[in-house]
Design a protein. Structure first.
Lengths: 416, 142, 416, 142
């Protein structure tokens, strides 16, 4: 291993201490030390998050918003404080712009339903060829329900968004919404959100960014980007499952009809007619994921305690190192070579099916994903049925990458 | 990493150099099975004799090593066997991948017993078999 | 305190041991021991649930369904095992009939959207006067979107469902769906689900039961009831927030279009067209609340370990005791006196506003709810703007009820 | 349970037997405020003198004891005061309920300071004041 990698990685947030925060990393799998390289699917949880959730349930829990008693008020405060935290995390203009959802998928469905319902047949929703199903299927369902057009912007062969094609797609002025990933969960590509937004706005379109992957790796500033909608998902952010976030400009949220109906999202209810609560509550029907929201707060605090400078430096170093190491494995081909990229690396190997790669790695304790990564149309574009994918978190070490590369070389040896 | 007990020599060999792969121009039975999740697909071609035994069978498999080896080992193993025997072998293979212990008489198919630790891959080994059973059942129903 | 109550309550699941399982019960509020009488809003969590969730995050976590590696397979198994557990808990015919949602509210919205979308203008959805907003607002939104009619069945003065009015409402054969609570969160009334279902089926209508409250107190058997849809919510079942269940007959689920689009709910995806996964996955888009589902499994196991015989006996004894104790408080009026009822008691007090009751109780450590309990139309029917409500869990003791009654008497003393 | 420090004598007395409740036939200013959450509603009626001071004010309050007492104590306290002074008193009351410590000179209004432990009830005490401020602002804007 290259000494400079060790140095930069270790400088970045003292890796050893970070790893000590994640109890699961000391587990064994098939008798081997767990090497967890599937953080892009879902990240592991630090003890700060685990303890926060357990402590909440042990000492400070009650249903929120309607209770007049101490436990309920304190729990409400803890829950609503996370809204402030998320607003700061994403650079939102106001806490009211933060809506809690189950995950990114629900956040996008919320927009497809409530904002999408305001669109007229003939208007266009524009996605890209590299979207996760979560940012494709809801728009297909909207198309099939309402007659809006769904348009696809291609990617270039190296896996970047084709900006010329984007411009062409925007040219007729019919695009109402551009819904595009901020970082691909397959290719690792980081899209040029600023440029996309500027072009879309110039063409009169709003922009939703799917930040499910990006927000884990880079600081997001929705105001600086000029975005209209932004979604993130807690479980990839080292937080609990069951909690995600939709951020949207306040005036958009205010113009949108509610999504789910029930308690807490209303102002008044009568059999004839109900009126809605103010944003963001209009979009949070029923008892929310209280404990998970509070746990998300602990996860964001944990991330902030390391800082995106350190996180970014660590991941850039790791990614560069991994691209080199994997590039040296015989028969291995990295899929996605856009210049702007994060710590998600897809690859195929000549003569070895990705599923065999995943199983053989697993037998050595190494967890990677293999399959279509919820991006079937992208697989078709790439001309593969599946890839293997290694993805990195704040706890990933260069030693783990060495082990991955070495084991892949051995696997390859089996098959030739 | 030493020789892996799931990806044994027999599995790797059959995946790399199958003995029963390819079309079968004389086939009177054709069947297929696929797993959309991973894109695995097995096509089967066979001829039965007068007693309903498999006289000849060939497979065309696109998929992972487990699936390809399983198809090839299956083709070798079921030649000369009837439906009842096929069903019995299938049941024994299922037992092996679920318990990790191969019933006696499973022979080379015992290679798949370690799949018991890899639940999500069991389907790869079983896909050729369910395609075969479907094909034989379809024939009987006709 | 009446000795027979102590005996029956203590026999029921050895109350002292049960209480020891709930760490929060040893907290202090305003310097007083916490007396938590708001379980109907959300129940407290036993250490079995807390530990299960923490252990999952510490030792056995990864994203599910798509991972080929050990951690993912084990987590998938743990998640899917809870589906079996829920199927047993509700008496479902098959595990495929169990759909995981965030809460009851989302479950009802799912039905209103996907099943409701199959209804035609002129068809009727019938609810009752005592519904929680969660079982009213989604149907109002459906009405306003599609032109189905929303019909309301009144309650009798004692707070039972008016069965004659129900029959009259069903008479024209236009009712496609009866959506009714199995137990009122305000009145405590347990509705006669069997009779409702028989009448509705005879009139050609399907039945959705809102079991959010009932399932906490009584064994549910959806097949014995003959129900078509049943919803429950985890956080009231001593489980985590962020997890609920829709049970529905398989053929209904199969006929229903999906609700949310995204990963995991698809079979194949192309830009032109996508096809859906089999039930129940068709209704579970995106990364589910994995840890919460597993935690729900621990909660159900905990409930089963006590058993509904003991739970029912405990609550019946407590409720009878509380009705008597509260009935003796001067100026206090219990709202809801239907013969079939569970451990949820609403009341008002002459000359004392419910909010003042709640605050004064809280200052003595006693947590009760005051307000409209997400049932504004019911409040209007009852001619009040708000009530105070005490509700019981498996950890509630007769001593706590004594303290409640005594403190209420003192509060009353302040105001007269 | 001893005399409660939030529901002090003054609060209970004013809630039970308000001194400034009822209509005001000579009123030139009328305002109201409500909290749909709990159904509290305060109606205010007032007359200003030539210098913009509140010459007379009465309230009609339906709501909890905190709200009713607050309305009544307010009415007594603001009689003879102008907008500036009303705003100051309001600010001091807000400070009291948020910190639990009453600024000097708040007098009987200090009774509400314990609301600092009851966040969800603060609005009950502040509702009459925001209704009053709205009413005075509306008058000025005219
Ligand atoms: C009868 C009833 N239905 C529905 C709900 C909604 O439950 P949730 O908020 O968990 O969706 C509740 C809980 O408040 C309830 O009591
Ligand atoms: C780019 C991208 N978008 C959306 C999602 C969906 O996230 P979730 O399953 O948490 O809703 C994912 C995660 O798989 C993703 O990687």
């Amino acid at each position: 291993m290259d000494q400079s990698v060790i140095t930069s990685v270790h400088a970045a947030g003292s890796l050893r201490h970070v790893r000590a925060d994640f109890p699961i990393l000391s587990q064994k799998v098939h008798g081997k030390d767990l090497v967890f390289l599937d953080s892009a699917a879902s990240a592991q949880k630090p003890r700060q998050v685990i303890d926060c959730m357990a402590d909440t349930m042990r000492t400070q829990y009650a249903n929120i918003h309607r209770g007049l008693y101490w436990m309920s008020e304190r729990t409400t405060e803890a829950y609503e404080a996370v809204r402030d935290q998320v607003a700061r995390f994403l650079g939102a203009a106001a806490r009211e712009e933060v809506v809690f959802t189950r995950n990114s998928t629900e956040a996008i469905n919320l927009v497809a339903h409530s904002y999408g319902g305001l669109l007229r047949p003939g208007q266009v929703v524009l996605v890209s060829e590299m979207e996760h199903h979560a940012n494709l299927v809801p728009w297909q369902m909207l198309r099939d329900r309402t007659g809006v057009e769904l348009r696809i912007t291609p990617i270039t062969d190296d896996g970047a968004l084709d900006m010329e094609a984007l411009a062409a797609n925007l040219a007729d002025g019919k695009v109402a919404l551009v819904a595009i990933t901020h970082m691909s969960n397959v290719l690792g590509t980081i899209t040029d959100a600023r440029a996309i937004i500027d072009m879309a706005h110039a063409a009169g379109a709003k922009v939703l960014l799917d930040g499910s992957q990006l927000a884990v790796h880079r600081r997001v500033d929705v105001q600086a980007l000029g975005a209209d909608f932004y979604v993130v998902t807690g479980h990839k952010l080292y937080g609990p499952t069951g909690i995600g976030v939709l951020w949207a400009r306040r005036e958009l949220l205010e113009a949108m009809p509610p999504f789910l109906g029930g308690g807490d999202m209303i102002s008044t209810v009568s059999f004839e007619r109900s009126t809605w609560a103010n944003v963001p509550h209009k979009f949070e029907a029923g008892t929310p994921a209280i404990i998970e929201t509070i746990g998300l707060g602990a996860a964001l605090a944990y991330i902030e305690s390391i800082g995106f400078d350190a996180i970014g430096a660590h991941e850039d170093a790791l990614t560069a190192y991994a691209l080199e190491a994997l590039g040296n494995v015989s028969g291995l081909k990295v899929i996605g070579t856009a210049p702007q990229r994060g710590g998600v690396i897809s690859f195929t190997m000549k003569d070895v099916h990705p599923h065999d790669i995943a199983t053989l790695l697993d037998r050595n304790g190494i967890a990677v994903r293999a399959g279509h990564h919820c991006a079937e149309p992208l697989m078709r574009r790439l001309g593969v049925t599946a890839t293997a994918r290694a993805s990195f978190g704040i706890y990933t070490t260069p030693e783990e990458i060495d082990l991955l590369a070495r084991t892949l070389e051995q696997i390859r040896g089996f098959f030739v | 990493m030493a020789q892996d007990d799931l990806y044994r020599t027999v599995v790797l060999e059959r995946a790399k150099a199958p003995r029963h792969a390819g079309p079968l121009p004389t086939a009177t039975l054709n069947g297929q099975g696929s797993n959309p999740l991973c894109g695995d697909r097995v096509q089967l071609h066979a001829v039965l004799d007068g007693q309903g035994r498999i006289e000849a069978i060939r497979h065309e498999t696109r998929g992972c090593a487990i699936c390809a080896a399983s198809a090839d080992l299956m083709a070798g193993r079921v030649t000369g066997q009837n439906r009842t025997r096929v069903n019995r072998l299938h049941a024994e293979l299922v037992e092996a991948v679920e318990t990790g212990t191969a019933p006696e008489g499973l022979g080379e198919l015992a290679a798949f017993a370690p799949l018991h630790q890899h639940r999500s891959r069991r389907r790869c080994a079983l896909l050729p078999w369910s395609a075969l059973i479907d094909m034989l059942n379809d024939d009987k129903d006709r």
